[in-house]
Write a protein that binds this ligand. Structure first.
Ligand code: GUN
Length: 282
């Protein structure tokens, strides 16, 4: 019998706890504020941004949105980031990706003051996480770790296998799991005999963006399976990177899609904005 990890419920609890904390910090004159920059009108980004603004409202975080035309010049985008970096009332800055191809996304992300980098994408935060210093942690990996902790899933000495090596999910997850004393293996598109590796996983995390990539024969009996994927199938239905229906009875714990990792990402973003406001003390 496997446990279906309820990310929706846990994320709600995290938001409620943060809302209580925000009431307290506001008494000390700190008014947490998130500024979100979106360039162009990517359909999926619009949904993500709307969900972020809703979560801010729920938690009591002030929310400011910059909707920029898709033909904006790089210089103009950097000017807006600089303005927000210097604005003492803004604690968190988030540049929604993707942005149009003529813009340099790395340069834009790196321009965000690392103290306001609530996405945890800035090289300083990535470096701090790597050497075990206090850092903003990328929200999805952070959410995965919170789930494991909440369900008391042990990591120490466990074989954790991550599929996918993105800068946003796979790579920071290596560090997060290492910090929790797991033995970490990362697989990617060039990995040979991937099922030989995944079958040894006590904790298997799929973050590749390929619908139902992880099949039942790739999973060890009793493994913990975390699905980071958010894909749309031919019918427009949301599906993860794992074949949930055929794996769920084999896994000890498993996350569904939707209602698993997705809501946790936004909850951890809220957590990071509150943390930024406390760090900046204003
Ligand atoms: N686009 C999709 N997910 C994310 C995210 O977590 N942060 C940013 N900045 N852009 C995204």
């Amino acid at each position: 019998m496997s446990v279906i990890i309820d990310g929706k419920e846990l994320a709600k609890k995290i938001r409620e706890d943060l809302a209580k904390e925000v009431v307290e910090i506001k008494k000390n004159g700190i008014n947490p504020k998130l500024a979100v920059i979106m360039v162009g009108d990517d359909k999926a980004s619009k949904v993500y941004v709307k969900n972020k603004s809703k979560a801010c409202e729920e938690v009591g975080i002030e929310y400011e949105e910059y909707l920029l035309k898709d033909n904006i010049e790089m210089e103009e985008l950097l000017k807006i980031i600089d303005k927000l970096n210097n604005d003492k009332t803004v604690h968190g800055i988030l540049l929604q990706s993707p942005i149009p191809k003529h813009l340099n996304i790395k340069e834009a992300f790196n321009r965000i003051d690392y103290k306001k980098d609530v996405d945890g994408f800035h090289p300083i935060n990535v470096g701090k996480l790597t050497i075990g210093e206090d850092a903003f942690i990328s929200c999805t990996p952070f959410g995965v770790i919170k789930m494991l902790e909440h369900y008391n899933i042990p990591t120490e000495g466990k074989n954790a296998v991550i599929i996918g090596r993105s800068n946003i999910v796979g790579k920071p997850l290596i560090q997060c799991l290492l910090n929790k004393n797991a033995t970490v293996t990362i697989c990617h598109s060039k990995t040979k005999n991937i099922e030989e590796i995944t079958k040894k996983a006590d904790i298997l995390i799929a973050a590749i963006g390929v619908p139902k990539f992880v099949k039942e024969n790739m999973v060890k009996e009793g493994a913990v399976v975390i699905d980071v994927g958010i894909n749309r199938n031919e019918e427009g239905k949301l599906v993860g990177d794992t074949d949930f229906d055929n794996i769920k009875d084999k896994a000890s714990y498993i996350t569904p899609v939707p209602g698993g990792v997705g809501p946790m990402t936004i909850a951890m973003l809220m957590n990071n904005v509150v943390k930024a406001s406390k760090n900046l003390k204003r």
